[in-house]
Structures are given as C-alpha cells and as structure tokens.
Design a protein around this ligand. Structure first.
Ligand SMILES: Nc1nc(O)c(N)c(N[C@@H]2O[C@H](COP(=O)(O)O)[C@@H](O)[C@H]2O)n1
Length: 156
C-alpha cells in the first residue's frame, strides 16, 4: 500500500524535510534537511549561513524561495543530488527514523503535497514526487549498508 506523508504531525511525518532531525554535512550542523537544501541555493554567499541559523524550517524555506538574491546558476542541474545527500545524511544520523524508513519495505512513498508538483505528487497526483523517489533510493542504500554490515560482523 502506498505510503503518503506531508505534515510532520501526521504518520510518517519524519519523512518530511521539515522534521527536526539534524545532521552534520559539509562540516556544519543543519537543524533540518530543509535548512540544508534551501541554503545550497546560495552556495558561496553569506546567505547560506543566514539560512542555516534560522530556527524554523518554514523560515528556511521562505528565505530559500525569495528571489531577491540570485539563485546559483547550476541549481536545476544539482538540486536532486543536493536533496539526495541531505536526506541520506538525515537518515544515516538518526536510527529511530532509519528504522521507520526501512520498515516500509518496498512500498511506494509519496509526498502528498497539494501544491508541489516537483518534489511532491501535486493536487491531482500527477506530480513527479521527486522527494518520495529520493526517499526510496535512500531506503535502498540504507538497506544495502545494513546487509553489508551484517555480513561483515558474521564470524567466519
Ligand atoms: N510544506 C511545504 N510547502 C511547500 O510550499 C512546498 N513546496 C513543500 N515541499 C517541499 O518544499 C521543499 C522544496 O521547495 P522549493 O523547491 O524550494 O520550492 C522540499 O522540501 C519539498 O519537500 N512543502
């Protein structure tokens, strides 16, 4: 059965980038994956740190979406990899949510956003669901890491 998520307050809310599961990446601490993702839009400028330091992910999202500052030129080419790295770091850092992600087996995961047709499925389900796809990719990576670790710890 397809797993839908969106709000951090509902079931599978930990799959949202707005969930408070911080991690270290690029030598810095990020309070949420939304902070990391939005800040990377302005790599090489002081705005990265300004976004990293705001308390709430909704403020990081607002700042990242403001177009008063120029977006990095290669954003469209790099944004999926940046999201993948942020989501992987988040789930590698927190065992409790890693277990929740792995417990979904091979079920399809969909960000049930009524407004976002790129990261989510959009209001009519026709969206690309890139965040859901990335979560499923990360699930595969974590499953592989787990089985490799188990093999390595087996006494031969
Ligand atoms: N809560 C929420 N509100 C929105 O308006 C959204 N678009 C989303 N989706 C999340 O937004 C992030 C990416 O947004 P931009 O590409 O910067 O517009 C990403 O975390 C989506 O999952 N969520």
């Amino acid at each position: 059965m397809t797993i839908y998520f969106y709000s951090t307050r509902e079931q599978y809310g930990c799959f949202s980038n707005f969930s408070f599961h911080g991690f270290e990446l690029d030598g810095l601490y990020w309070p949420t994956s939304e902070h990391y993702f939005q800040a990377q839009k302005f790599l090489g400028t002081p705005h990265v740190e300004q976004i990293r330091l705001v308390k709430m992910p909704k403020d990081a999202a607002r700042m990242g979406r403001e177009r008063t500052r120029p977006l990095r030129q290669d954003w469209e080419q790099v944004k999926d990899d940046i999201m993948r790295q942020a989501v992987l770091s988040k789930f590698q850092t927190h065992r409790d949510i890693r277990d929740i992600l792995l417990s979904t087996g091979d079920e399809e995961i969909v960000e049930n956003s009524p407004i976002d047709f790129y990261w989510g499925c959009g209001s009519d389900g026709s969206g690309k669901n890139m965040l859901g796809k990335i979560l499923m990719e990360v699930r595969d990576i974590l499953r592989h890491i787990q089985s490799t670790d188990a093999d390595n710890s087996t006494v031969k």
